[in-house]
Design a binder for this molecule. Structure first.
Ligand SMILES: Cc1ncc(C[n+]2csc(CCOP(=O)(O)OP(=O)(O)O)c2C)c(N)n1
Length: 597
């Protein structure tokens, strides 16, 4: 069928199942915008800044597991997508970014609004294309979606010159994509899986270290089955939160720089680390060559480039983690691990997540209350900073696709637009945006989009009047020389909410948290902004300094716990060994310094 390129583009998107595009128009994409009217099944969301469109596409993808789509014009429109594309690359988020380009004949002439966006985004996309021939458009769009969603997911970009949009094509849909040079490995090698099963059988203190890859591959049930069958405690990364229910007795919560003390001690003591869709990020490992000192490592990942990138595994398994775990489960025998599980329980008792109950309004308490008010079922989208870490520590995640956060790039400004994308993707669920007074101001303009579409997002600003996380580093590592972190002169967030047509609430006392949350939950026809005036100089603990080791971890413990139990040396636990239990406990390296509060 004969048609122009812009129609062919939208036909292709429709065939890919695209129902929502987040975008912003401009000269080079007017032909596409003109054609959108003829595709009523595709909803276009007019954002207020292209960065917002990119993060919305990410939020949509992370909430639904589908591919998110964003659209921008050439030049500045395209370069405004760079941050969300880089963000999606770091966190393996499947998005397709479509950009307009100046007409083919003008490319390379410094034409008005020309930017070499395929050049610029080459290192931050899985792949990108400049469409020079309209006849290639259907094939390129099919490949773009295929590459974005398959293997290790990630962002792709398709740059379409304005004359290609207007050129005529005899359109034929593409049914199947075959890219000989791109064939992700989905099945793990059987012999490797058998080796992994043998290591699990021989291990006395195994530990599952689960990352975002487990969520991308829908491996939650298999992670749970393996943990229960072989009695393996589970710690997750920031991006893996929700892959394992935190109420489970084997759950250790998040590990790493601001992970739980018990997760980090478990890493230190384990004799087998089973990494599932996780990439040994420096915020997890700290000083990598001293991390996990006693363990053999099994590393399961779909991306062969991750194997051995940071630490060399004893058993690497390349494949889709769900497929691999299904095979592994067939070979793993049930095994008791009474001593190890008891040890984990004791670590959890000794080092609970903790903040001082001093009557002040604490970010941690706000997060805990959000957990209770939503029965731990809401979709939580965060920005970047202290509030993000408190959300990770204190919410209590129970299911996958529930925590949406910028982990790898750490992009302030991600939260609000990503929560809008998430709410579009999951219209019937409660979406909470946990943000800071710094982060919210980076994409605040998108509040208008939430208002126009009556999205009932609850935007919780943990307002400490500082760029809190940077202030914390300056306090702890730069002798409290606070430099350019003061945000006392922020706008009045209630007036701002009003200006954008959102509901506004201010909370200054802990006793008012729950009422404010209930009030916001009752507002269903527009966003709510809650300005929580939290303690100004609170720090996130536990903390292992960047590049540090577990022995440098600073932990806060309740005062009534008194001095550390001598059990930490592991001595008396060894005395407790059951006769029939062959698990021998290796103590953590004593003494582990802690700040007793
Ligand atoms: C775009 C961007 N710029 C700078 C940073 C560096 N940075 C990390 S956390 C942080 C402070 C965040 O402040 P706020 O949003 O108020 O959150 P808080 O830490 O106070 O909870 C900054 C500036 C970043 N992560 N992203």
């Amino acid at each position: 069928m004969k048609m122009v390129g812009s129609r062919a583009l939208l036909e292709c998107l429709q065939r890919e199942g695209v129902d929502t595009i987040f975008g912003y128009p401009g000269g080079a994409v007017i032909p596409i915008y003109d054609m959108i009217y003829q595709f009523p099944a595709i909803r276009h969301i007019l954002v207020r800044h292209e960065q917002g469109a990119g993060h919305m596409a990410e939020g949509y993808a992370l909430a639904t597991g589908k591919v998110g789509v964003c659209l921008a014009t050439s030049g500045p429109g395209a370069t405004n997508l760079v941050t969300p594309i880089a963000d999606a690359m770091m966190d393996s988020v499947p998005i397709v970014a479509i950009t307009g380009q100046v007409k083919t004949a003008s490319i390379g002439t410094d034409a008005f609004q020309e930017a070499d966006i395929t050049g610029i985004t080459m290192p931050i996309t899985k792949h990108n294309w400049l469409v020079k021939d309209v006849n290639k458009l259907p094939e390129i769009i099919a490949e773009a979606f295929h590459i974005a969603r398959s293997g290790r997911p990630g962002p792709v970009l398709v740059d379409v010159p304005v004359d290609v949009c207007r050129a005529e094509i005899d359109f034929e849909p593409i049914d199947a994509v075959e890219i000989p040079s791109y064939r992700p490995t989905y099945e793990g090698h059987k012999r490797q899986i058998k080796k992994a099963a043998n290591l699990i059988a021989a291990a006395k203190r195994p530990l599952l270290y689960v990352g975002g890859g487990a969520i991308h591959s829908h491996a939650e049930n298999e992670v749970l089955d393996l943990a229960v069958k072989a009695n393996v405690p589970v710690t997750t990364t920031l991006k893996g939160l929700g892959a394992f229910p935190e109420t489970h007795p084997l759950a250790l919560g998040m590990l790493g720089m601001h992970g739980t003390a018990y997760a980090n001690y478990a890493v230190h003591e384990c004799d087998l680390l089973i990494a599932v869709g996780a990439r040994f990020d420096d915020r997890v490992t700290g000083k990598a060559d001293e991390w996990v000192p006693r363990a053999k490592i099994i590393h399961i990942d779909i991306d062969p480039a991750e194997i051995g990138k940071v630490l060399q595994p004893d058993v690497p398994i390349v494949g889709d983690v769900r497929n691999v775990l299904i095979e592994l489960l067939k070979m793993v025998e049930p095994r008791p691990a009474k001593q190890w599980v008891a040890r984990i329980q004791e670590l959890k008792r000794q080092y609970p997540l903790f903040y001082a109950p001093d009557g002040a309004l604490h970010g941690q308490q706000v997060i805990q209350e959000i957990g209770k008010a939503t029965n731990h079922r809401a979709v939580i989208v965060t920005d970047v900073g202290q509030h993000q870490m408190w959300a990770a520590q204190f919410y209590g995640f129970e299911r996958s696709h529930q925590m949406i956060t910028s982990g790898g790039l750490g992009t302030m400004g991600f939260g609000l637009p990503a929560s809008i994308g998430a709410q579009f993707g999951r219209p019937n669920e409660q979406v909470f945006c946990i943000t800071g007074d710094g982060s919210i101001q980076m994409c605040i303009q998108e509040l208008m989009v939430a208002s126009i579409y009556k999205l009932p997002i609850k935007i919780c600003i943990l307002n400490n009047q500082y760029l809190g996380m940077v202030r914390q580093w300056q306090e702890l590592f730069w002798e409290s020389r606070y430099s350019s972190v003061n945000l006392e002169s922020s706008p009045d967030f209630l007036k701002l909410a009003d200006a954008y047509g959102a509901h506004g609430i201010r909370v200054t006392r802990p006793e008012d948290i729950r009422a404010a949350l209930d009030e916001s939950i009752a507002v269903t026809d527009r966003p709510t902004v809650i300005d929580f005036r939290i303690a100004k100089e609170e720090n996130v603990f536990p903390m292992i300094p960047a590049g540090g080791t577990v022995s440098q971890m600073v932990v806060k413990r309740p005062a009534h716990f008194g001095p550390l139990d001598p059990y930490i040396s592991g001595e008396h636990i060894a005395d407790d060994c059951d006769e029939d239990d062959d698990v021998e406990i290796m103590p953590a390296q004593p003494p582990l310094p802690v700040t007793v509060n």
